[in-house]
Each structure stands twice: as C-alpha cells, then as structure tokens.
Design a protein around this ligand. Structure first.
Ligand SMILES: Cc1ncc(COP(=O)(O)O)c(C=O)c1O
Length: 383
C-alpha cells in the first residue's frame, strides 16, 4: 500500500448528502450554498462567508475587492503555495517576500516590520500572511503592524480551518474569524481538512466587502432591487460590475457541509498523529523538529527537517512512503525570480527548503502506518 502525505476521506454520509442533491432540483445556485456558507461562518466565528470555486479564486476576488491596483506593493511569505503570491500579480501589483521565522516557518513578524520601515509610509498596500502547515500566524501582531502602516490583511487560511491563536487578553481567536483580518480565505481541495473536490470560502466581518464579493462571484450581476437602475419586471437583473463565474455548486457544498460536520474529530486525529511524530523525533539528533507542539495548530502538514533530505525522500519513496516538499520558495521559480522583491533577504526560507520534508498526516492514517513511517526514517538514519 502506498502512503501519501495527505489523503481525503469520504464517509457514507458524504455520499448520501451528494446523492440527495443529485436527485434534487438544484445542482448549483440552490439552497446548499447558503447552508454551507452559514455553517462555515459560524464555525470560524465570522459574520459573513462567500463560497467560491477554489482557494485561488478566493484570493483573486479578495485583491480585487480590496482595490489593489497596478504597481502597488504587497507582502507575503515565500514558503507557501504560489496562489498566495499570484493573487497580487493578477492585479499587476508587485510581490514583496518577507523571510520566515526558522522555528514556526511562518512569516517573521519582526522582519515584516523591518521591511515595511525600509520604505516610505504608504508604499505598501497590504499583507497576505499564510497560516502555513496549519499553524496560525499571530494576527493580533500583524494587525498592530497593519494599523500602524495603514495596510489591509488577507489571511490565507487554506491550511488552518479550526486553527486558533490565544490573543494578549487570553481570548481564543479562530482563523477566519475576521477579528484581525479584512478577509480570510480557505480551500476545499481534497488534500485539505474539508474536501469538496474543488472549492473555496472567503470569510469577513465587513459588509461592504461581502456585498462586493457576492456580486463579483456571479458575473457582477445583481437582482437586488436597491441596486438596480431600472426594473423592467420579475425577470430583470443588471450587470453592475465586471465579475466572473466563481460559483461553487450545490453538489460540492453538500460534500463540504458533510465534511465540516466532522472537522472537530478529524482535527483531534491530526493532532494525535502530530503528537506521535513529535514525541518520537524530538530528541533524535538527525531530525530538526519544531520546538514544540502548539495549541491551535490545525496540522494540515507535519514537517520535519533533515540534512540529507533528498536521500531520505528517495528511500521513503522506495518503501512506498510518498512524502512531499512544502514548499519550493516562490522567489526561486523562473516567473518570480526576476520580478519579486526582497529576494536577497530570504535566508531562513532558503535554508528551510534545503531540509524540509512533509510526512504523511491525515485523519485515517493508522497507528501502524505512522509506526511504519517512523521505523523507516529510523532505519534510514541507522544505515
Ligand atoms: C496556502 C494556500 N493558498 C492557496 C491555495 C489555493 O487553493 P486552491 O487549490 O483551492 O485553489 C492553496 C492550495 O493548495 C494553498 O495551500
């Protein structure tokens, strides 16, 4: 049997929920969309949620509704999926990468403020922090910085539904709650916590942004009476902005709802696997682990660092353990290497990339399989 770094799981209830929609009147633009949005916004503690076709489109819509313009400047991390940076380029704006903290692998907040200070006030428009691997960035601190320099925040929470931080007053602040960000986004790609085939969600507490997102997601068209210039009758709608079709179907939303119903138990399972790996590897001198298990970590990925990463990767693959590398630093890609900024100051990101390896972690990964992974890694380092 092959073990991959991530895997979705589909229950009979998931299947029944999808079949129910297939037999209903609406395959898309029906009641499952708002049901998913309502349940998701409650889950993360935000006022509003907008379901869209994937996480990349969610990011694209966010930079659009925030009014990002050509040649403006936005900061993100190089250790993320390319979509976190591409949404800046979709607006012809400039990508600035800020280095990661070598222990958390998240954007380094001290370096973030240093980078912002190197430029005149108003130079940067926004920040896209990514809760990488499921570990939430300290958004309270990001928000302090953002307020000081008048920046917007898009929280890329694709790895962290159910993740949270404890803020300076001891309050639990969930990823996507909109407490500190203007907009937050999620992905429902099968490898993520909630699998909808493809899918995404944007959450916010900002009614103006929410209304804009709703209109842009469906061609810029509205039927809302208060927004119409004319009204020729019951059929009448107007296109009031240049939007897209970014809708999520009822079929996908039904699957998303059913998966969301068991995210709590799945998060606990992910945590147990992380704990097992952590306890085993923490004192092994051939593995660089994160310094601790962190409360509020959603453990989308479990990452170790090793010196001979390529050899270990190949050895594990030859034993049917297909690990992954998250991520190749974005500024190293041909498209970005010449156009992104601050590339020369990303030492931690580059060092991290040389050694990182993502081990299998997903709710249905059995104890035996976890032990198999551990044994094979130990075996590799003994020979
Ligand atoms: C951090 C991050 N942001 C954005 C995305 C884009 O999401 P999607 O694949 O749903 O477009 C992903 C997906 O892998 C991701 O990991």
């Amino acid at each position: 049997m092959k073990l991959f770094y991530g895997a979705h799981n589909i229950s009979q209830k998931d299947i029944d929920s999808v079949v129910e929609v297939l037999k209903s009147d609406y395959l898309t633009q029906g009641p499952k969309v708002s049901e998913f949005e309502n349940k998701f916004s409650k889950f993360v503690g935000a006022k509003y949620a907008v379901a869209v076709s994937n996480g990349t489109v969610a990011l694209d819509l966010c930079t659009k509704v925030l009014g990002l313009k050509k040649n403006q400047n936005v900061i993100t991390t190089p250790i993320t999926f390319v979509a976190s940076a591409n949404c800046i380029r979709y607006r012809d704006a400039n990508v600035w990468f800020c280095d990661i903290n070598p222990d958390t692998y998240n954007i380094d907040l001290k370096k973030l403020e240093v980078l912002i200070k190197t430029k005149p006030k108003g130079f940067f428009s926004g920040i896209i922090p990514v809760n990488f691997a499921g570990l939430p960035v300290n958004l309270e601190e990001v928000s302090r910085i953002a307020k000081k320099y008048n920046l917007w925040i898009i929280e890329d929470s694709c790895h962290s539904p159910g993740g949270y931080i404890i803020n300076s007053t001891g309050k639990k602040i969930k990823c996507g709650s909109g407490t500190y960000s203007d907009l937050s986004i999620f992905s429902f790609h099968p490898v993520k916590h909630i699998a909808a085939g493809e899918g995404g969600m944007i959450t916010t507490n900002n009614k103006i942004l929410y209304d804009k997102l709703n209109i842009l997601r469906t061609h810029g068209i509205t039927k809302k009476k208060e927004l119409l210039n004319n009204n020729d009758g019951g059929w009448y709608y107007e296109m009031i902005d240049l939007g897209y079709n970014c809708r999520l179907s009822d079929i996908q939303c039904a699957l998303g709802i059913s998966q969301l119903d068991r995210i709590g138990q799945n998060l606990k399972k992910r945590w147990k696997i992380a704990e097992n790996y952590f306890n085993h590897f923490k004192n092994k001198n051939y593995i660089i682990s994160q310094s601790s298990l962190t409360k509020g970590h959603a453990y989308h990925l479990y990452i170790i660092q090793v010196k001979n990463r390529k050899e270990l990767y190949d050895f594990l693959a030859s034993n049917n353990i297909y690990c992954q590398i998250h991520y190749i630093p974005i500024h190293k890609f041909p498209y970005y290497s010449k156009i992104s900024n601050n590339n020369e100051n990303l030492i931690n990101s580059e060092e991290y990339y040389k050694k990182c390896l993502t081990l299998p972690i997903y709710p249905e990964l059995s104890k035996n399989d976890q032990q198999f992974v551990i044994n094979k890694i130990d075996e590799f380092f003994k020979c």
